[in-house]
Design a protein around this ligand. Structure first.
Ligand code: NAD
Length: 522
């Protein structure tokens, strides 16, 4: 059985991580093919933009209808190539994309239309200004394998509705899902060159970055993100970087242990822990610590691990064996430093080389790799905390800042704590579902990234804002033009007093400023 990515003479072999079955062999795009794709996209983009927002929304509507009609088929394609259970493919991928399309269909018109800019300054009142949102042109998207449908789709739909063309470089591990997206878009009537997929490994991504694109939206690891940021800086290419996470879950002393432990187990093991928003660290008030850890361990032991195509599977395989090795090394490091293994802690070779048992660790510390590095696998490490202060301090003691969650029966307390956590998103009494809220922005702080996708802020990333200003008195010279002198200086001082002074100062300013119009201007 094949166990890892195979590239044979410029061909990528897509594999089913559950079985090792070869799904498809696809030609890799070389540098010239990537540049050609970008050139075709550039040629097609003006026509797409000129089609107008209403027509673009119509195509989005057709895409949504087509995806809805083929939802089960698309979910099966995702499960076969990425390994996640079918139910997760439907809920965390297909549903997310259907709803992202709904958000754009309902809101793109109001969010992208021209917007007047009211002026408050007295001088500026003589002008009318408005914002025009223009597409960047060609947007490059580089995406990972863990959400191979929802990530490139949500980003692409926003880019397309705003009038951009897109060239997508999907992960080399999940190209078939990306080609499925292309076919759904084409079936909806999108011109072929407006959305193209270039298949390949890292070098194809680097070629896309080096091609004349106008913006890059990258989702992936911190290491690759840094390389991309530094290459983009050379040519001042704008980038959005959606990078890794080490999301903390804070369980306060008044939390419901049954609900919070179920959330921790789902949050840590959904997609076999291969989610950027996974619960990767859990801090529990010491009064609940033992009962919480015990509940997590018991629930974890009940999870059914297996092929995601089986409707009863809770946790599928990891994407590749090399990912299993990372998990294994983090668990071993924790074990050697004194962590207790309450559940799992081993591979499951009887299922295949890519399976690792969902694992619960207690008594972990911040000296362990499991609490510092992104594990990206099915491990739930739990640590006791003395109080809220310590929980917040531990949560913030990380290079990452993607998302976090707070668990409490007191909503106000949870929301107050949320403000103190360094993260792009904090959920009170839920985990991960923020990714499926199409109105909510997604993105991180610190090493977790730059910029936002999803919602109105995600749409903002897909346009350049142009400010257009028209003077209402085109036949008049402006008072601030050349021909200065002492009296003009005094008048300007008076003008500032009039606008920003208080009481008498303001009145005096108005009188001094009054002479300003009698000045001879050049
Ligand atoms: P990765 O960084 O290895 O690869 C991501 C993409 O970048 C792939 O398509 C890859 O081929 C491409 N790539 C690799 N080297 C490149 C280079 N030099 N130039 C251009 N492109 C290059 O990440 P991965 O293993 O595919 O994904 C897992 C990572 O993604 C995790 O760290 C996870 O947290 C992160 N992630 C983040 C989010 C988010 O929204 N913040 C979402 C999902 C995944």
């Amino acid at each position: 059985m094949a166990t890892d990515l195979q590239i044979a003479s410029q061909r990528i072999v897509s594999l089913n991580p559950a079985t090792g079955e070869v799904l498809r062999e696809i030609e890799c795009a070389g540098e010239s093919e990537v540049r050609d794709a970008v050139a075709r996209a550039r040629a097609a983009q003006p026509g797409w933009a000129e089609l107008g927002l209403r027509r673009r929304i119509e195509i989005l509507r057709k895409f949504q209808a087509g995806l809805y009609a083929r939802k089960s088929e698309v979910a099966a394609v995702i499960t076969r190539e990425a390994g996640k259970p079918l139910a997760e493919a439907l809920v965390t991928e297909v549903l997310v994309v259907l709803d992202a399309a709904r958000f754009l269909i309902d809101n793109a018109w109001s969010l992208l239309r021209d917007e007047p800019v009211p002026h408050a300054n007295i001088v500026a009142k003589l002008k009318s200004g408005w914002l025009v949102r223009e597409p960047h042109g060609v947007i490059g998207i580089i995406s990972p394998w863990n959400y191979p449908f929802s990530i490139p789709s949500t980003e692409s739909l926003a880019a397309l509705v705003a009038g951009n063309a897109v060239v997508l470089k999907p992960s080399e591990l999940t190209p078939v899902v990306a080609l499925e997206l292309a076919s759904l878009l084409q079936d909806a009537g999108l011109p072929r060159d407006v959305f193209q997929v270039v298949v390949g490994e890292g070098p194809a991504g680097a070629a896309l970055l080096g091609a004349p694109i106008d913006k890059l939206v990258f989702t992936g690891s911190v290491g690759t993100g840094k390389r991309i940021a530094s290459a983009a800086a050379e040519r001042l290419l704008p980038v959005v970087l959606e990078l890794g996470g080490k999301d903390p879950m804070l369980v306060l002393d008044d939390a419901d242990v049954d609900v919070a432990s179920s959330a921790a187990v789902w949050g840590a093991f959904v997609n076999a822990g291969q989610a950027c928003l996974s619960v990767e660290r859990c801090y529990v008030h010491h009064s609940l610590y033992e009962s919480f850890a015990k509940a997590c361990a018991e629930k974890t032991r009940q999870l059914r691990v297996g092929n995601g195509m089986d409707a009863h599977t809770d946790v599928g395989p990891m994407i590749r064996e090399r990912q299993v090795r990372i998990v294994e090394s983090h668990v071993e490091d924790a074990r050697q430093r004194g962590a207790r293994i309450l559940a799992g802690g081993t591979r499951l070779p009887q299922l295949g080389p890519n399976y690792y048992a969902p694992t619960v660790l207690a008594d972990v510390t911040h000296e362990m790799r499991i609490m510092r590095e992104e594990t990206f696998g099915p491990v739930l490490p739990i640590m006791a905390c003395a109080n809220d202060e310590e929980a917040v301090r531990m949560a913030n003691d990380s290079e990452f800042g993607l998302a976090a969650s707070v668990w409490t029966r007191d909503r106000g307390r949870g929301e107050r704590l949320a403000r103190r956590i360094h993260a792009g998103t904090v959920m009170v009494n839920d985990v991960i579902s923020c990714f499926g809220i199409s109105e909510a922005p997604h993105g991180g702080v610190k090493a977790s990234g730059v910029g936002r996708t999803h919602g109105r802020f995600g749409l903002d990333e897909m346009v350049r804002v142009k400010y257009v200003d028209t003077d209402r008195l085109p036949g008049k010279k402006k008072v601030w033009w050349h021909g200065y002198g002492e009296s003009f200086r005094q008048q300007m001082e008076g003008f500032l007093d009039m606008q920003f002074g208080r009481g008498w100062g303001r009145m005096r300013g108005a009188l001094r400023a009054a002479g300003v119009v009698r000045r001879k201007r050049l």
